[in-house]
Structures are given as C-alpha cells and as structure tokens.
Design a protein around this ligand. Sequence first.
Ligand code: UTP
Length: 269
Amino acid sequence: MKIKKAVLPVAGMGTRFMPATKVVPKELLPIVDKPVIQYLVEEAVLSGIEEIIFVISKNKELIRHHFSHYPELESVLKARNKEHIAEKIRPIHEMAHFHYIYQDEPLGDGHAILQAESLVGDEPFLVLFGDDIVKHDIPASKQLIDQFKGESVIAVERVPKESISAYGVIHPGENQGRLYEVHGLVEKPAQEEAPSDLGVIGKYVCPPTIFEAIREGAASKDGELRLIDGFIKLAEKEGVWAYHIEGERFDTGQAKGLIEANRAFHDDL
Ligand code: UTP
C-alpha cells in the first residue's frame, strides 16, 4: 500500500538546545544553508509522500512561515537581479500539501501524533521526528517504506554501549538482512539491561492501529505520552519490525549533532 501522508510532530520545547531554541525552533536551525526541517520534508517527498501534517505549537509558527509562499520576497529578489536566490525559495510551498495542527501543551511526542489522527484517517503513515537526519543516497524514509508490508517498521541504528541508555532499544527476534522482528522495546535501559545495541531513531512507518496503542500505552514518569510506549503496546498484539537504516545519522536536537551534520553536508558541497 502506498504511504502518502507523513506526520511531523514538531511541538516539543527543544530543551537540550537552549538557549538557542528559546525563540528559534530547533527544527529551523540550519545545516549549511537549509533548516533541518526542510531536509526532513525533502526526504519525505523523495520517498513518495504527498501530504505533510505538521503538529506545531503556538511557539513554532515560524515553521509554518518557512513553508509558506512569499511572493513579496521573490519580487524584491527578482527586481534586484537575484533570480537565482528567488529560485531557492520559490518552490518550497509546492513540494507537498501542508497541513498544520496544534498541540496546545507539550504532553509528549505520542500525544502530538494523536492530534493528527483525524487528518491521517484509516491508512498507514510515516512519522518523522524533527531532529533525526540521515545522510545516504537512498532517503531513510524510502528505506523504511520499502520494507512496509502492513505492519509497523521502526528505524534503528547500532549504538555504542556507553550511549545506549539514551535510546529506546529493541529486543530483536529473527532477522532477514537489516530487517528485524521486534519482540519488545525498552525505553532508555541501563547499559547492562539493554536487550541489544539497536537503538530507535525518530523515523517510523505506522499502521493506523498505532493511535489506539498510544492511548493504551503507559504514560512515562514525567506524564508524557510517547510513541515508543505505543509501540510497546502494539508489539503485544501485532507484528512490529525494525529496519537498520543505512547511512550516517545525526541528532540535530543538540549542538554536537548539528555541528557534525553541518560538517558532513558542507564537505559534500
Ligand atoms: P524530542 O524529545 O526529540 O524533542 O521529541 P523536544 O522535546 O523538543 O526536545 P528536548 O528533549 O526538550 O530537547 C521528539 C519529537 O517530538 C516532538 C519534538 O518537537 C520532536 O520533533 N514533540 C515532543 C512534540 O511535538 N510534542 C511534545 O510534547 C514533545
């Protein structure tokens, strides 16, 4: 089944990157000359997505502005013989069909995704978190979508032991190449309790059954509803798969990851 819709929950507070993200959403921080969120939208579109559903908050309106048509700016640039620069901003609102819905309070990524339920409807969809960038010729979302056979596919990467307790970690079953059956998931395990070195990154193909599973999932200690708790619930009822993504992954939600992403993408120029 073709996956046409992507949900991008981008209503989080970005606390790990403050004070840079006090006013500017972390999703708008640049990798070379484009904001992180534009890489994610381009990744989705290159993977066949036609509709992008942003879950934003009132503090994240700048994201909406970035994907809006801005004819006045184009005219000024053209009048000043900067057509080549106008070309860089012109097509952005044509990349996909954009929807914006609001999460009034940051009650977790799972809660943000629930706000998109009526727009998604009864079909599978892609979820991209606003800070995980993967650099590879085949877009990471396409890699995931290519594995989708009706049950969830979660993107994972191999994580060094000393960092594993910062991740959701899968308990893998059988594998066919890079595709693993998921027998369970553990959120942020202690190093010695991690069921594998396969850590979840913020890219998922979800069947619509995930909405009910998020609602049924246990809220975390801080009271937030998380997508990973939804997958823990879902894995008790139906198949869940994990795909070891090809490519170099950057966590741009913190300074180190954003700096490394800038180096890697700049070296490509
Ligand atoms: P993160 O935990 O990576 O983002 O959430 P955050 O909460 O903004 O960042 P820190 O941890 O405080 O630094 C994963 C994704 O879910 C979104 C975030 O915007 C990010 O894209 N999110 C998170 C929401 O949309 N709503 C929330 O309540 C929480």
